[in-house]
Design a protein around this ligand. Structure first.
Ligand code: IDC
Length: 328
């Protein structure tokens, strides 16, 4: 009698908890969706179903590495996040190619990749060019870096590579293509499958140029579009359907609803318009950035000093907004 009662209680509790996890968040997105790939213009999961990355990007791990920890990643996963982008600046202060401690930065990436693996979420290793407006400037170091990374993580099914955050200034699409071909070759020597995201001209906005002349003879490649909704509006957004019509797979690997400076006004109305497009085309989207720096882009409130054990109340307005928008 006692024993059967215990069994009933255990079964009821089991149903209760499994319902909870189904309703709140996917406990292990990577287990469920497996190795992602590119099919036509879409990112798809192991079953060939269109899959949306809903990500948070770190700020530069050169400065905000404390947020790279498994507890923090689990907390945001519970809010619906299925991917962390590890942004490593290459040429700004303490960048990988400008005096930063390479070994240490690689160890932060390793910590991040392993934490994501353990939590069952995807991870983007981002070569965050910015001051170095043309990725060819540091191509030697980039080749070495991606050779090392792709060798280390070739058995991981949750790693994506973003090979040049935002080419800018006078950097042309043909220069980016030249760079991309070389880096893709380096990665593909070790890893045949990982999705690779290629930046586009003018701070990863000119997907139209990429659509007119995409890379040939390569697989599982996507093209970056970045937006900051208080600055970038319909003019930029309208490039998406046109580029998709031409067959270009687009990945929004960085975004925010503040101004392009990372600060200033927040524009939720324009942000909603962006999300209408994101949902319509089932696009992947990553929000900048998981830190408490006193600027509008931060996803954590400036007053919150902790780097883990996050609850929704610790998120900034922008952070809360993204969590809400990612629910649909
Ligand atoms: C910004 C950060 C800011 C930092 C600045 C320079 O938010 O704290 O001082 O970089 O390192 C991007 C870039 C991203 C920018 C962000 C906001 O990819 O590095 O971060 N932004 O300006 N593209 C468009 C906007």
């Amino acid at each position: 009698m006692k024993k059967s009662l215990l069994v009933i209680i255990a079964v009821v509790m089991g149903i209760f908890f499994s319902m909870g996890s189904v309703n709140t968040y996917a406990a292990n997105p990577v287990k469920k969706h497996g190795q992602l790939k590119v099919k036509g213009v879409n990112l798809v999961d192991k079953k060939g179903k269109t899959f949306r990355i809903k990500g948070f990007s770190t700020h530069g791990i050169n400065w905000f590495e404390d947020y790279v920890n498994r507890d923090a990643f689990r907390d945001v996963k519970k809010m619906g996040i299925n991917c962390i982008r590890l942004a490593m600046y290459t040429s700004d202060y303490n960048g990988y190619c400008s005096g930063g401690n390479k070994k240490h930065l690689e160890s932060v990436i390793d910590r991040g990749v392993k934490a994501c693996k353990a939590e069952g979420i995807y991870v983007i290793i981002d070569w965050h060019i910015l001051n170095d407006s043309n990725p060819n400037i540091n191509i030697k170091q980039s080749k070495k870096f991606f050779k090392k990374m792709s060798k280390k993580y070739k058995k991981y099914n949750n790693v994506l590579y973003e090979i040049c955050n935002e080419p800018n200034g006078s950097t042309t699409w043909s220069e980016i293509k030249k760079y991309a071909k070389k880096i893709i070759k380096v990665i593909r020597k070790n890893d045949k499958k990982a999705v690779i995201i290629v930046g586009t001209p003018n701070w990863s906005q000119r997907i139209d140029e990429a659509a007119n002349s995409p890379l040939k003879g390569v697989k599982n490649i996507m093209y970056a579009m970045h937006f900051y909704a208080a600055t970038h509006k319909a003019e930029l957004r309208n490039l998406i359907p046109a580029a998709r019509k031409k067959g270009l797979p687009i990945f929004i690997s960085e975004s925010n609803i503040c101004e392009a400076s990372g600060n200033g006004r927040i524009d939720k109305t324009e942000g909603k318009r962006w999300f209408k497009t994101i949902r319509k085309y089932k696009l992947s989207c990553v929000a900048w950035s998981l830190c408490n720096k006193d600027e509008s882009a931060s996803l954590i409130k400036p007053s919150v000093k902790r780097v883990k054990e996050f609850k929704k109340k610790h998120l900034s307005n922008t952070g809360k907004w993204y969590v809400k928008m990612f629910k649909k």
